[in-house]
Design a protein around this ligand. Sequence first.
Ligand SMILES: *Cc1c(COP(=O)(O)O)cnc(C)c1O
Length: 425
Amino acid sequence: MTNIYSHNYAKELDEQDELKVFRNEFYINPDKIYLDGNSLGLLSKQAEKAVYTIMEAWKSVAIDGWTQGNQPWFHLSEHIGEKMAPLVGANSDEVIATGSTTTNLHQLVASFYKPEESRTKILADALNFPSDIYALKSQLQLRGYDTKKHLVQVESDNGHVLKEEDIIAAMTEEVALIVLPSVLYRSGQILDMEKLTVEAHARGIMIGFDLCHSIGAIPHALHDWGVDFAFWCNYKHLNGGPGSVGGLFVHKKHFGEQPGLAGWFSSEKEKQFDMDHDLTPAPHAGAYQIGTPHVLSAAPLLGSLDLFEEAGITKIREKSVALTSYLLQLLDHELSGYGFIVRSPKLAKNRGAHVFIEHQEAARICKALKASGVVPDFRAPNGIRLAPVSLYNSFSDVWHTVQNLKKIMDEKTYKNYSNKRGVVA
Ligand SMILES: *Cc1c(COP(=O)(O)O)cnc(C)c1O
């Protein structure tokens, strides 16, 4: 039996890893261990190739690229939507590639927030990413509501995880709409989307989820759960590249309604070029597009999504659970007593694809870790996110990370850095 804390054990796990071949599909700096795929996923050869294919069409056929070639741009958003649909558990026409997380949230709130009489509040949580909260507040302001009274944010007992019971208890008769993350961006907690949807609907409330930290990392069944809408970015686990086009889901039961923010790309495709001043919205999620798709920043997804289809989200999730469980096990064994506190849920079923730890000296520990060749993610004031990604990270990566961290703590090399964050952290 190999000692489970030895490097050999990590190598054995790598040998047995069914997804190990996918690592070769990515551009990996051999001198680095990249654990920041939940902020910006790595470039794959397929994604790169897909960009060149689109560029080639622009180069050779120009305007006709909208309708010709193997990937006509006019249908690109729908086509990518179809490719994303299995990852969120949706029908192909319930998903569209468009906008960004924040603009999609604006669109969906503009469409599905329908305050009436005493039911005027939006329910969110106190731990979500600021952009989502800014969007919700500005949507309330646009309708003339006081955000202090109309945005209800469910608090966390410990500042890291939320309790579904607390969220359900806040689903009062005054709530018109609920917007929550699927996986919390700091602690990595997975919220029970199915349960929350059932409870919201039992109270006549619409509910939508931000899937930024879950798409490409965990399976979803949005259609079967009856979720009203969802939105996400594609540059994290989906490896679509910096600023790549986002995605959204609208449940079929809402098809045929007018989008809150309309534009000519909201149109039914056959009618779009009639240039009519009355919009006929597309009879599917495509209706929530606004203007011309950002073709070049959607292109990488064409290639990237092929890898997800090949690997399968079930296998990706299995490996991810094994990686984060292994990381937690090593942290516990090698680094207890060094002042680290694990804030991610201990139970794998409640944990997304990253691990969140806190330390008083986190900012400079991150800098020392980066100098040692490991790329982590710092979250102010004292958090470190580590995301071992199924498609391109190995168990050896995890092992080396913990060893580097231990060395930094033992030799106190983090003291060579200032404990302040950089501009982008
Ligand atoms: C990454 C992330 C965003 C980013 O929004 P953009 O519009 O893509 O810049 C928003 N919300 C959450 C929860 C995120 O994790």
